[in-house]
Design a protein around this ligand. Structure first.
Ligand SMILES: Nc1ncnc2c1ncn2[C@@H]1O[C@H](COP(=O)(O)OP(=O)(O)OP(=O)(O)O)[C@@H](O)[C@H]1O
Ligand SMILES: [Zn+2]
Length: 504
């Protein structure tokens, strides 16, 4: 099934995403498999194939999911910025994810369907769309391909057949299990030895398994199980892990570049994905990247622990860009602790950037022609620092620090008087190209903010002129009333030697 097929989409050109600059050869990433930072070399020059383990769609996404999605979205955007054409595949699990890892318990989606009195597929669709909407609000780019497990049952069955044929899987009681003892490399990603793995699963030994560590590739559907398909082993449904091996190989081809996901998925999920592909003879991902966890009170935020805040709840009170800023302010491999204070500081940090960008844009229409060489050089240095930070395993906190450096210089220059138009354009391009294009900030409002900026700027000129006229005519009460009204809506007016200035 996964032999390179000239007609398959994995072989087609990615012409929709033209490379903007020569692909940067100096990107370092931390590869979980090699346990160190390594230089990234693409399998196909100029292209990056990425696969990300997506959500199991049975409830609204929480901030922990957002950390992962934003982390890999920035990695994708950075590759695009550095001149690569990226094919980004992120799956949707809509079948087969059971309540516990030992192949027992109810299917999470089927269980939810009973609770909500919906068809399982209604549950999957409902939460797929809510996830999609949440990600759009957070300015996470849409995947190139968003494959769903239920749409790839034949591919999964074929891969299981290959494993059975090669002696790495066995049918038992209508289910099929991967035989971990037949594959000594099982455990190589997480560094777990087979003997250490036995402990956790002993309690949940299933009679139909040869070894408690064997994991399900296909499960026999008991009476009443709604999500069921015909297979060579009877009517059933796929195990959770097999979808990712089958779908990543289908859309990215053998030996694809990068596989990503949360650190908590390293074992057993990613270990199983590797075993399923490689034991069937298909070289798998060449680099493994894992994001660390978003925690609350030091504990992983998770659906099953119930200690979560949904993205929806957060967006009811916070600007989505502040949520995104909070996430990119910590490194993807660091733990991010969720707290009110973290939001307060993200809000003020983000405002510092938008104010400087806003002021830069406001000055543009009236800026004198030309540029300021010294400031240009400072801006260029901040751009380099930003890019170097991303080349160093996508170090977003350092990239954010570079934006703050730019902001300090811009605020100083803007406070001193007029700045040349070319320099303002350069600064604006840095904010929008790096903060916007790579970190995904300043979204949604970018265009309307520019339109608004011009309108607001023209209106403010009018208001300040009217105030000046009142003052010339010694109508100070009317002049003050204008200023007080502006203060009440958050606009400060300052009288300087060059005339009145305003800022928000
Ligand atoms: N708190 C978190 N921080 C970062 N990533 C997370 C967090 N919670 C989940 N993820 C990631 O999101 C993806 C989907 O996770 P999953 O659907 O298992 O969420 P969950 O809340 O852990 O659910 P459950 O508790 O049912 O396992 C995985 O890649 C996982 O690593
Ligand atoms: Zn997966």
């Amino acid at each position: 099934m996964t032999q390179p097929d000239p007609s398959s989409p994995a072989q087609l050109s990615n012409a929709a995403q033209p490379a903007r600059r020569a692909p940067d050869p100096d990107i370092q990433l931390y590869d979980t498999m090699q346990r160190q930072k390594v230089n990234f070399t693409p399998g196909t020059p100029g292209r990056v194939g990425m696969y990300l383990c997506g959500p199991t769609v049975y409830s609204d996404a929480h901030l922990g999911h957002a950390k992962k999605e934003v982390a890999f979205d920035v990695i994708r955007r950075a590759f695009e910025h550095f001149g690569y054409a990226v094919r980004y595949v992120a799956n949707i699990t809509d079948v087969g994810h059971l309540q516990n890892d030992a192949d027992d318990g109810e299917d999470k989606i089927a269980k939810r369907a009973v609770l909500e009195q919906l068809e399982p597929m209604e549950v999957a669709d409902k939460y797929f769309w809510s996830f999609t909407d949440d990600m759009a609000a957070l300015n996470v780019k849409r995947p190139s391909i968003n494959p769903r497990a239920t749409g790839h049952i034949p591919e999964q069955i074929r891969l299981i057949e290959e494993l059975v044929a090669r002696g790495h899987a066995y049918a038992s009681g209508g289910s099929v299990y991967f035989d971990v003892r037949s594959w000594p490399e099982y455990g190589k990603l997480s560094g777990r030895k087979l003997d250490d793995q036995e402990e956790g699963v002993r309690e949940a030994v299933r009679e139909d398994k040869r070894d408690p560590r064997d994991f399900a590739l296909w499960k026999n559907a008991e009476a009443g199980h709604i999500m069921r398909w015909e297979s060579p082993w009877g009517v059933g449904f796929p195990g959770w892990h097999i979808e990712c091996s089958a779908m990543s190989l289908k859309y990215l081809g053998e030996g694809f570049d990068i596989h990503g996901g949360g650190l908590d998925l390293q074992f057993p999920h990613h270990e199983a994905e590797i075993a399923q592909a490689e034991a069937a003879g298909h070289p798998f991902a060449r680099y493994w990247m894992h994001n660390n966890m978003l925690t609350i009170g030091g504990e992983k935020m998770s659906k099953s622990k119930g200690n979560f805040t949904t993205i929806r709840e957060l967006l009811a009170v916070h600007d989505p860009m502040v949520v995104r800023f909070l996430l990119v302010s910590s490194h993807y491999r660091s733990v991010t602790e969720f707290s009110e204070e973290a939001f307060t500081s993200a809000r003020s940090g983000y405002r510092r950037l938008t104010e400087a960008l806003g002021e830069t844009e406001r000055r543009l229409p009236t800026a004198p022609a030309g540029s300021d060489a010294a400031l240009d050089a400072r801006i260029a240095a901040h751009v380099l620092a930003f890019e170097d930070a991303l080349r160093d395993d996508f170090n977003t906190p350092r990239a954010v620090a570079a934006l703050f450096g730019l902001t300090t210089d811009m605020n100083a220059a803007l406070g001193q008087g007029a700045v040349g138009r070319d320099t303002l354009e350069r600064a604006r391009a840095a904010y929008l190209g790096l903060g916007g294009g790579v970190l995904g900030l300043f979204a949604g409002s970018t265009e309307s903010r520019q339109d608004d900026t011009e309108v607001v700027s023209a209106l403010m000129d009018l208001v300040l002129k009217a105030r000046q006229n009142y003052r010339l005519q010694k109508q100070y009460a009317a002049a003050d009333e204008l200023r007080d009204t502006l203060t009440a809506v958050g606009v400060t007016v300052e009288d300087t030697k060059e005339g009145a200035r305003w800022r928000r």
